[in-house]
Ligand binder design. Structure first.
Ligand code: GDP
Ligand code: IMO
Ligand code: MG
Length: 430
């Protein structure tokens, strides 16, 4: 049975965590393939909330195996905290959590350089999560990175760290005016982490392929969103990894033949944390109301998320970029009480009509959204238990978006909990 990739279709925080947890009911293995603990994926089970930053959300199902793939970047201290917190909540990961030896390791200097670099960018700052993501992926590309497998081998680690830290200390002191870091302290801290994580090390490529060959269902849990993709997102206001579905090929080690479908997670409106253009942003009381009702505060940094109406222009592009086969629309319940509901169907650029998403950031900063108003509804959706329970206007909103995107909105989510999920068509189906 081939695998399914789950991706965010916007700027992250679409509800990937909730959806992965919901779909894991029918899966055997869940793998992360990109990003690190810049992600914050929230799962609510019977009212109890868990936020996962690195461990796949499938972990909350006791019989599911989870993989942290080679395309991810791992902050070992954060990962250990996450493992401990799960254990305290009665979720044991032993024997079920497998970490790729080829995944790169986030070092403390990556975090400091991340923050210092963004400060130096001044008005052009990205507003990163400060977790060291850009610098660790930069080291990976520069071939100076330290991989999880290196960390497990004392001699290799000491050697690699000596070289990497010499370089990092030059950057810290000469470029950023920061304090240098101490080799021995860093070495001991990380070797301690390595000892605790050693049992989880695995050749995750073989593990994933064995599951696929045995006919097991594998879910690849994307992080961030397609508009934060390093190549196709709103560069430079993006993250440093491939967040599109294609990231799974390099980031998990599978080929196109192993992927049956791509499930795109789409919030019923737009949100964005950090800087960068957002054509439909509402910088007014309506935006604040969306933020309060939707509880739009970052799961990782707690920052307020910028909110705005659903923008179909980038979404049409994302469907092409990611080959989305099914859409899960989340947080439809949050739109209750807003009337009318404007839907951005195109842009105007310097007085000209524009119906594609410009890749030039200076153009995207200038576009004006063109809206179509749809009627709103007043009913609370959170207690609906089937598609037919939804008020007619809510169904029309979903159908109109579906029609304009030309893609199937197969599942509608009307609350954070597992049972607040309305299935119209099987998202694992063809
Ligand atoms: P992720 O990063 O894509 O996993 O999303 P986050 O967890 O960062 O943010 C999504 C937030 O919305 C979380 O707090 C979820 O519990 C919540 N959520 C998910 N689906 C729904 C929904 O359909 N309705 C409401 N009201 N909240 C939802
Ligand atoms: P999940 O998986 C929302 C944003 C940051 C910043 C930019 C670059 O929960 O959807 P980085 O630290 O990655 O270098 O920051 O990307 N960002 C996210 N925004 N959800 C996320 O993850 C994000 N991960 C990174 O706010 O604008
Ligand atoms: Mg999130």
């Amino acid at each position: 049975m081939p695998g399914h990739v789950i991706i965010g279709m916007q700027w992250g925080d679409e509800g990937k965590g909730k959806t992965v947890d919901y779909l894991t009911e029918r899966a055997d293995l869940v793998a992360r393939y990109a990003g690190g603990n810049n992600a914050g994926h929230t799962v609510v089970v019977n009212g109890k909330k868990t936020v996962l930053h690195l461990i796949p959300c499938g972990i909350l199902h006791p019989s599911t195996s989870c993989v942290i793939g080679n395309g991810t970047v791992i902050d070992p201290g954060v990962l250990l905290q996450e493992i401990d917190r799960l254990a305290e909540a009665g979720c044991e990961v032993k024997g079920r959590l497998h970490i790729s030896e080829a995944a790169h390791v986030i070092m403390p200097y990556h975090r400091v350089i991340d923050a210092a670099q963004d400060r130096l960018r001044g008005k052009n700052r990205v507003g990163t999560t400060g977790r060291g993501i850009g610098p660790v992926y930069a080291d990976k590309a520069a071939r100076t990175g330290i991989r999880f497998g290196d960390l497990l081998d004392r001699e290799t680690f000491e050697d690699k760290l000596r070289f990497a830290l010499d370089h990092a200390n030059l950057m810290l002191t000469k470029v950023y005016g920061e304090q240098p870091m101490d080799y021995a302290a860093l070495r001991d801290e990380y070797l301690g982490h390595a000892d605790r994580l050693r049992a989880h090390a695995a050749d995750t490529v073989e593990l994933i392929h064995a599951a696929l060959a045995a006919g097991k269902r594998v879910i690849f849990e994307g992080a961030q969103g397609a508009l934060l993709d390093l190549d196709h997102g709103t560069y430079p206001y993006v993250t440093s990894s491939t967040t599109m579905s294609g990231g799974v090929f390099g980031g998990a080690g599978v080929g196109p033949g192993q992927i049956q479908g791509v499930i795109g997670i789409l919030k019923a409106y737009m949100t964005r944390v950090g800087e960068g253009p957002m054509p439909t942003e509402l910088k007014d009381a309506t935006g604040e109301r969306l933020r309060e009702i939707g509880q739009e505060y970052g799961a990782t940094t707690g920052r307020p998320r910028r909110c705005g109406w659903l923008d179909l222009v980038p979404l049409r592009r994302v469907i092409k970029l990611c080959g989305v086969s099914h859409i899960v629309m989340t947080k439809l319940d949050v739109l209750t009480g807003f009337d009318p509901l404007p839907l951005c169907i195109g842009y105007e650029l310097d007085g000209q009509k524009l119906d594609r998403f410009p890749s030039r950031i200076s153009q995207l900063e200038r576009v004006k959204p063109v809206y179509e108003d749809l009627p709103g509804w007043k009913d609370d959706l959170s207690r609906c238990r089937s598609w037919d329970d939804l008020p007619a206007a809510a169904r029309s909103y979903v159908r109109r978006v579906e029609g304009l995107l030309g893609a199937s909105i197969s599942v509608v989510s009307i609350g954070p909990d597992r049972d607040q999920t309305l299935v119209r068509r099987d998202p694992f189906g063809g």
